[in-house]
Design a protein around this ligand. Structure first.
Ligand SMILES: NC(=O)c1ccc[n+]([C@@H]2O[C@H](COP(=O)([O-])OP(=O)(O)OC[C@H]3O[C@@H](n4cnc5c(N)ncnc54)[C@H](OP(=O)(O)O)[C@@H]3O)[C@@H](O)[C@H]2O)c1
Length: 275
């Protein structure tokens, strides 16, 4: 049986990924801050050498996009430095690495879906730290999957779907309609990563996100419809809600049909959370 070491196993994606890998027949070694701090290079080398995994799926990250603007040093230490520690050790021990990246590596000026090898140009600090992580993986490793995803939601973390539902009792709710992207359920991403590993897909960069596209407003509208909630939902522009981190206006990614449509996935997620 092949063994996969997962970083950030207690995070939103990690929660869905670990059982999905196990269901596919992998042995999973779960790590998180308590047993593997990725910013500690000695610990990274010690744990990987002791566990000898057949692959590492690296989900751990500094993920607070707005906070990363002022706390860039910490975000860089984790997203670039931590990833470089893993990449160096994986290269030394000849272990393939899967690095989870983001649509925020793109600037959003393209008018059609981003392809995996389009040129990144992040607009915010978080996107820059994640791009530096991608570069570290490419610099040190030949056996890598960089999987970019976007607008993640899942049962085990703070996310847009749960935020919208918690705000449903407001008299009116304004949501931006001038940022377009691909909502992605963590379960769909977990399935996509598992498929790359089971099929031993060619190494390289992949986009694993919901198919189709929508705005945050369109996403919210669908959430309320599926939840059967009547909400006075109003579209607005990003400049009505100034936030510390600038977001790309159009971060739709071409995903080679790895995932279903974002609407089909959201429907299943809403059914699951309603149980
Ligand atoms: N969420 C999104 O919308 C989104 C979109 C695109 C890409 N991504 C990427 O997808 C991946 C998974 O995201 P997620 O939403 O599941 O993130 P998450 O819920 O924030 O989980 C990240 C995990 O990493 C852990 N971690 C932080 N610093 C660490 C360190 N130094 N050593 C070891 N573990 C550490 C965190 O532990 P603590 O909680 O204890 O700090 C947490 O358990 C990340 O790489 C993220 O950049 C996310």
């Amino acid at each position: 049986m092949k063994k996969i070491l997962v970083t950030g196993a207690k995070g939103m994606l990690g929660h869905d990924l670990c059982p999905t890998l196990e269901d596919a027949g992998f042995e999973v070694f779960e790590t998180d801050l308590h047993n593997l701090d990725i910013t500690n290079p000695e610990q990274v080398e010690k744990v990987l050498t002791a566990e000898k995994p057949d692959a590492v799926v690296h989900c751990a990250a500094y993920t607070n996009v707005n906070k990363a603007e002022e706390d860039t040093e910490t975000a860089m230490k984790i997203n670039e430095g931590g990833t470089e520690n893993l990449a160096k050790t994986c290269a030394k021990l000849d272990i393939p690495i899967v690095y989870i990246s983001t649509d925020y590596v793109f600037d959003g000026t393209k008018k059609e879906a981003y392809l995996p090898y389009d040129k990144p140009n992040p607009l915010n600090a978080y996107g820059l730290t994640k791009l530096k992580g991608e570069e570290a993986v490419q610099r040190h490793c030949t056996k890598f999957y960089i999987t970019r995803t976007s607008w993640l939601y899942g049962l085990h973390g703070k996310n847009f779907v749960e935020t919208m539902i918690s705000l449903a009792d407001k008299p009116e709710l304004k949501v931006v309609d001038d940022q377009i992207g691909c909502p992605t359920w963590t379960q769909e991403l977990a399935d996509g990563i598992t498929t790359l590993l089971t099929e031993e897909a060619p190494f390289g960069i992949y986009h694993i996100c919901g198919s189709g596209k929508t705005s945050w407003y369109g996403f919210a509208k669908e959430i309320f419809e599926l939840a059967g909630l009547k909400v006075n939902l109003l579209p607005c522009k990003s400049d009505e809600f100034p936030s510390p981190a600038k977001r790309p206006q159009y971060s739709v990614m071409y995903n080679d049909n790895i995932c279903r449509t974002w609407k089909a996935a959201l429907k299943d997620y809403m059914k699951l959370r309603g149980e």
